[in-house]
Design a protein. Structure first.
Lengths: 216, 216, 216, 216
DNA sequence: GATGAATGAGCTTTCATTCAT
DNA sequence: GATGAATGAAAGCTCATTCAT
C-alpha cells in the first residue's frame, strides 16, 4: 500500500475515536483517553487532527458519504412495478443497516455518535446531522415519487411525510440493532426488522381478508 | 429583590432550562447561561435545584408521568374490530403528539431532551429513557397483541419488532413536528402525520387494486 | 433581670455558636446551620453580630477574660513556702480545668475553638490566641518567679521555659479532658491529671529514695 | 516550559504546601495561592496531587514514618537505672525535636500542621493524628513502665496520664521552637527545653534541700 | 515526528451577606 | 425586629491545547 505512515496512524486514531465516542460519549472521552487507548502520547493526536471537535466532525461527515455511495447502485427510478419496488426496498433496507459499520459493534458506535453525541457538541454539528437526515428523507421520497409516477403506489400518498415515517422506522431499527449490539444475535434481529418493516409498508398490519377501509 | 413566590420561580427556572437544554444541549448549557436567560444570579439556581443534573432529571422524569396518564383512558383491549382499532390508533396518535408539551415549542425541546440529550448525560439517566422507550414498546405491543388475539390483525405479525417500528414512526413524527416547531403550521403537520402513519399501518403504501404479494 | 430581649438572644446565639464551632468546626458551620439550631431566620443573626468572624472572635476573646478573672483571686505572690505553693498550684490547676466551660462539654468546644479552629480563620485571630498563650506563660512564670525569690524553688530554674513546659502539660490535660468530653468520666480524669501534674512538678518521677543526680 | 523532572516538581510543591499550610493554614490557602508561590499554573498542581486534601495527608502521614524510625534505635527496655534512663530521655528529647524538619522553619510548619491544622480538615484526618498522638503516648508509657518495673521509677506512678503530660511538655517545646523558628536561636532554645524538661521530670521544681512532701 | 509537562479558560458549587418585605 | 430570597465572590477541579525537548 502506498499510504504514508501518517495515513495509517490517522486511520487508527479515527477508529479508536469512533469506538470511544460511541461507547463513552464525546464529552466523557478525553484526548488523553484516546491516546492511552492508542498507546501514544496525547500530544501526538494534534499532529493528525486540529482539535477534538475536528476528529468528531470527520466521523460524522463520513456517514453522508456512505449514504451517497448507496445511491449510486440503487437508482430511485429503477423499479417499474410493485414487485420490483418491493425487492428494491428489501435490498436497500439491508444495505442501510449494513452501511453504517463493519458489523454491529461499529454500527452501534456510529449510530450513537450520529443520533446522540452529535447533538451535544455544538449547533453547527447538529445542523450537519439534521441536514443529513433531511437528505435521507429526500432520497426516500425520490423512491416513493417514482412509484407514484409509475402508478404502482397510491396516487394520494403524502410522499414527504410518508418518507419521513419510513425513515423513522429505519432509524428505530438501526438503534435497536445498535442497542443489541455487543451481545445479541445481530443477524437474526436484522432479518426480523427488514421483514417487519417491508411487510408493514406493503401489506399493512391488518389480516389479508379483513375488510380494512382503504379510503379515508 | 426578593419578591416572587418560590414555586413560581422554580417553574420559571424549569421552563428556561427545558428551553435551553432543548436548544443548546445539556453540556453546552452552563448554569450561568440559565441564570443569564432568567436575569438572575447563578447562585439563585441552587436554591431551587440541588445541581445541574437534578433539574435535567426532573424534566426527563416528567414525561413517563404524562405517558402513564395516557394509558388510563385508552385500554389495550378496548378494540374488537379493525374499525374500532383504527379509530383507537388515530386517537392515540393525536394524544401522543399533544402529550409532550404546551405547544410545539416546548414539544421540540422535550422531545430533544428525551430522545437525544438524556443519552449524553450519564448511564443512569440513559437507563431511565431506555426503560421509558421499552415501556412504550410494550404498551404498543399490547395493543397489537389484542388485535392478533381478536383476529383482526395478521396471525404471523412479529409483534415485538413491529411495535418498535411503529414507535419509530411516532418518534419521527414527534421530532418532525418539533423541528417545524417555531415556525411551521403545527396543526397541519400533525394531521398529515396522523394520517400518513395510520394509512401506512392499515393500508400499506401500494395501490389498493395493485396485487401486492401478501405472503413472503 | 433587666436584660433587654436582645441580650438574651445574643447569649443564645453565642452558646449555639460555641457548640457548633466546637463540634463541627468554623468552616464547616454555616450561618444557616446556626440559624436552624436556634430556630430562627439566618438574616436575624446579622442583627446581633456583624458577621461570622465577629462572633467567633467574641468567643475566642472571652477566654483571656476568664483567665484574667482567675488572676484576681490567686495572686502570684501569695505563697511563701513550698507547702503553700503546692496547695496554690493544686487550686489553680483545678480552676484552669474548670475555667473553660460549664462542664466538660463546653470545655471540649472551647478548647477545640481555641487550640484548633482559631488558627484556621485568619492571621489576626491566630495572633490573638498566640498572645493569649504567651500571657498564660507569663502568668505561670510570675508564680515561678515568686517561688524562686522567696527561696522555695530552685535558684537555677529556667523560669520562662519551665513555665511553658508546665503550660504544655496543662494544655495536654485540657485537650485530653475535652477529648473524653461527651462520654468519659470527666471528674475522675480531672483528678488524675491534677494529681499527675502536681506530683510531676514537685516530686519528679523518680523513686523517692532513688539518688537522682540533682545537678546536671 | 516543560523542563523539570516530575519528582523534583513534586518535591517543590510539597515544600511550598508545607510552608503555606503551616503559615497560612489549610483552609486559608487556596491551590491558586500555592501555584502563585511556585510561579506555576494552578492546573499543574493537579498533575502531581489528586486534590488539595491529598497533599495535606501526604504531609501529615510522613510524620508517623519518622516517628517509627526513632523507635528503632531507642528501645523502651534499654535503661536499667535512673541514670541510664535519664540519659535515654535526654537523647530522645533531642531527637524528637530534630525529628520533624530540616531546621526550625520546616519544623514550625510541620508542627503546626500536625497539632493544629490536621484537626480542622476532616474527621478522618483528625483520626490519623489522634491515633498518632495515642501511639506517641503509648510509646512514652512503655518507657515509664520499664522504669516502674525495674524499680527506678515510683511504684504509684499514674503511667498513662503522666505519659500524656510529658508528651504535652514535648509538644509545647516543639511548638515553642517552631514559633521562634524564623528568627530566634534555635540551638540555644533546644538546649534550654531539653534541660528544663528533663530536670522537671527527674528533680521537680522544688529546691533540693527543701522538704517537699513526697507523698500525697 | 513524538512526547508529555505545563497551562488557564471555564465550569460547578457553596455560602456569607444584603435588603425588600 | 425578623425574615429568607437573591446574590456573586471565590474556590476546587478538569481537560483541550501548546510547545520545548
Amino acid at each position: 500500500m502506498p499510504r504514508t505512515k501518517s495515513a495509517e496512524t490517522r486511520a487508527r486514531i479515527l477508529k479508536a475515536a469512533t469506538r470511544r465516542f460511541g461507547e463513552t460519549g464525546y464529552h466523557a472521552t478525553s484526548i488523553g483517553d484516546l491516546a492511552t487507548d492508542l498507546g501514544m502520547g496525547h500530544g501526538t493526536f494534534y499532529r493528525y487532527f486540529k482539535n477534538k471537535r475536528e476528529i468528531f466532525q470527520v466521523i460524522v461527515d463520513d456517514v453522508p458519504k456512505r449514504l451517497r455511495s448507496l445511491l449510486m447502485t440503487e437508482r430511485p427510478d429503477a423499479a417499474d412495478s410493485l414487485e420490483a419496488y418491493r425487492a428494491q426496498v428489501g435490498r436497500i433496507a439491508r444495505r442501510v443497516f449494513e452501511l453504517l459499520g463493519d458489523g454491529p459493534d461499529e454500527l452501534a458506535d456510529v449510530a450513537h455518535i450520529i443520533f446522540v453525541e452529535a447533538y451535544g457538541v455544538d449547533a453547527e454539528l447538529r445542523g450537519h446531522v439534521e441536514r443529513g437526515l433531511a437528505l435521507l428523507a429526500t432520497m426516500t421520497a425520490a423512491y416513493l415519487d417514482n412509484g407514484v409516477e409509475r402508478g404502482f403506489l397510491r396516487r394520494d400518498l403524502d410522499v414527504a411525510v410518508t418518507a419521513s415515517a419510513i425513515n423513522g422506522m429505519v432509524i428505530a431499527g438501526v438503534r435497536s440493532l445498535a442497542r443489541s449490539g455487543r451481545d445479541g444475535d445481530a443477524e437474526q434481529l436484522l432479518t426480523s426488522w427488514s421483514s417487519a418493516v417491508t411487510r408493514l409498508m406493503f401489506d399493512g398490519i391488518g389480516r389479508p381478508d379483513s375488510a380494512a377501509t382503504p379510503g379515508r
